[in-house]
Design a protein around this ligand. Structure first.
Ligand SMILES: Cc1cc2nc3c(=O)[nH]c(=O)nc-3n(C[C@H](O)[C@H](O)[C@H](O)COP(=O)(O)OP(=O)(O)OC[C@H]3O[C@@H](n4cnc5c(N)ncnc54)[C@H](O)[C@@H]3O)c2cc1C
Ligand SMILES: NC(=O)c1ccc[n+]([C@@H]2O[C@H](COP(=O)([O-])OP(=O)(O)OC[C@H]3O[C@@H](n4cnc5c(N)ncnc54)[C@H](O)[C@@H]3O)[C@@H](O)[C@H]2O)c1
Length: 444
């Protein structure tokens, strides 16, 4: 058998790598991780963590607004510069922390761009690493709208680093990033225009909830322009003017291109070694094995039907750890994966959704105006609806909610769905009272 320097070399240090490598190293495997950018990848540095930190005062402002009679705070507003400083204080130490945790278990961390030379060799700068297995966890990067003047646009990473909130912002795209950042920019005082390519925002989320959020943001001064096809952008003075195919123009100080994220699959040798990929990412089998059998992929870079989210990447990274450590030979078996859009209010969901049901007689859909529950009035929430889906044995199989606490509600329902709890088991779950958990479980 060939002898290699490493058992596994990982490209990337995001959650597709990080959560599996530490336990794998503890099992005695010789591991190197190669990172071209910031240690920890997108979620920790340019995604979830900075986003949720910047969002905290946005959510707080809404809560304050809901309780304004009780808490008559005058002139509550977001100091964006201070919010940015706070964010940096919260997340700035994460890369070093991750480095020390990996180094503590003997993982070698190599800064640089990893290039596959052959199926057992990775090159970084002038180093050649020989390895038994390779895991490609190179993630996604921002898509750039292919129109004249696209270089005038900024992307999510830039938004998360804004020192000051510009007076006016155009957001192109109304997916996760578009809607979350439009919410933040509006709350921080910017005049926001969201440019939608089609008619629907947040495809995949319950549209009646999405439309309520759009209506609320509209009331707060955000302009939504639907069915717009942009053709160019130009700089006039200090502002950017975007023009659509019908020659309608919108002007702002700052433009966010939020038209999606695309897989990092080019330029590091996948073609050379024969790893197949397409526009959605790397093709893998049910063991996360690519078309080259000692090369695996994990996280967002995979072409998959599961949502490209941090919890999915963590699950895949841990699955590969178990596979490489010899704990399992079974295919990956994904659990239900919840998702949330961090607007104010949030929309969260898990499991089967009403628009996915093809045999309506087999399911029962229960809708709740959650604001009718006394507990949900404690914080004087203004929005609160959910939809719970049960199968014909009355097992909970799916749920979605729009409210200020939707992610917590969906999180608390998750075990009932994933573990397939029957009504007796549901009854045996005793929750603290009063709490969001107890009120939520009353519904199942
Ligand atoms: C603005 C934003 C907000 C988000 N918010 C959420 C959220 O609230 N909840 C959630 O669940 N998900 C969220 N996500 C998605 C989440 O960040 C991703 O699902 C997660 O980071 C995927 O992890 P990954 O390891 O697959 O990829 P990444 O974290 O992107 O890591 C890939 C790493 O590979 C490196 N790399 C690429 N090519 C090479 C190479 N050849 N050699 C060496 N290194 C290389 C890159 O520099 C990068 O650091 C958000 C994403 C964005 C952009
Ligand atoms: N809360 C979260 O979990 C969270 C938050 C942010 C990002 N993410 C992840 O990040 C990834 C990317 O998010 P995203 O918001 O960039 O992608 P997305 O696919 O959610 O949204 C892209 C948006 O751009 C629009 N668009 C596409 N082409 C356009 C055009 N020519 N003109 C105008 N609009 C156009 C699409 O219609 C869509 O609304 C996703 O994988 C998502 O899972 C997750």
């Amino acid at each position: 058998m060939a002898e290699y320097d490493y058992d596994v070399v990982y490209l990337g240090t995001g959650h597709g790598t990080f959560d599996g490598v530490i336990p794998l190293a503890k099992r005695g495997k010789r591991i190197a991780v190669i990172e071209d950018g910031t240690i920890g990848g997108t979620c920790s540095n340019y995604g979830c963590n900075p986003k949720i930190t910047l969002d905290a005062p946005v959510a707080m402002l809404r809560s304050l607004e809901n309780m304004r009679d009780v808490l008559p705070v005058k002139d509550a507003h977001i100091n964006w510069a201070a919010n940015q400083k706070h964010k940096q204080a919260v997340i700035g130490g994460i890369p070093d922390l991750k480095v020390s945790r990996m180094e503590a278990v003997g993982i070698e961390i190599i800064n640089g761009y990893g290039i596959l030379q052959d199926r057992h060799t990775v090159r970084v700068g002038d180093r050649q690493l020989s390895t038994d297995k390779i895991v490609v966890a190179t993630g996604l990067r921002s898509h750039h709208l292919p129109i004249e003047g696209t270089e005038l646009f900024h992307v999510s990473k830039d938004f998360l680093a804004l020192e000051e909130m510009p007076a006016s912002v155009i957001v192109i795209g109304a997916g996760y990033i578009g809607m979350e950042f439009a919410t933040q920019a509006n709350a921080a005082g910017a005049k926001v225009t969201v440019i939608m390519h089609g008619d629907q925002a947040l495809k995949g989320f319950k549209q009646s909830y999405v439309e309520q959020i759009i209506a609320d943001l509209t009331k707060r001064g955000v302009t939504f322009l639907r069915n717009v096809s942009l053709k160019k952008a130009e700089k006039i003075g200090n502002q950017v003017v975007v023009t659509d195919v019908a020659d309608v123009q919108v002007t702002a100080d700052w433009v966010l291109d939020a038209t999606g994220r695309i897989p990092n699959v080019e330029g590091f040798g996948l073609d050379v070694v024969g790893v197949a990929y397409n526009k959605n990412g790397i093709v893998v089998n049910d063991h996360l094995q690519t078309t080259v059998d000692n090369i695996y992929a994990a996280g967002d870079v995979i072409d998959k039907t599961q949502p490209k989210l941090t919890p999915t990447a963590i699950f895949e990274s841990k699955y590969l750890m178990h596979l490489f450590a010899g704990d399992t030979t079974a295919p990956i078996d994904y659990p239900v994966i919840p998702s949330v859009v961090f607007t104010s209010p949030r929309i969260a969901k898990v499991g089967l959704q009403a628009d996915q049901i093809t045999a309506p007689d087999k399911y029962q859909i229960e809708t709740h105006d959650v604001l009718k529950n006394w507990y949900r009035n404690v914080m004087n929430e203004q929005f609160g609806e959910n939809e719970l889906i049960f199968d014909d044995q009355h097992y909970l199989v799916g749920a979605t909610e729009m409210s200020d606490y939707a992610e917590q509600v969906i999180g608390t329902l998750l075990p009932a769905i994933e573990l397939g709890l029957d009504s007796e088991q549901v009854e045996r779950m005793i929750h603290i009272f009063p709490s969001l958990e107890s009120i939520t479980w009353e519904q199942i």
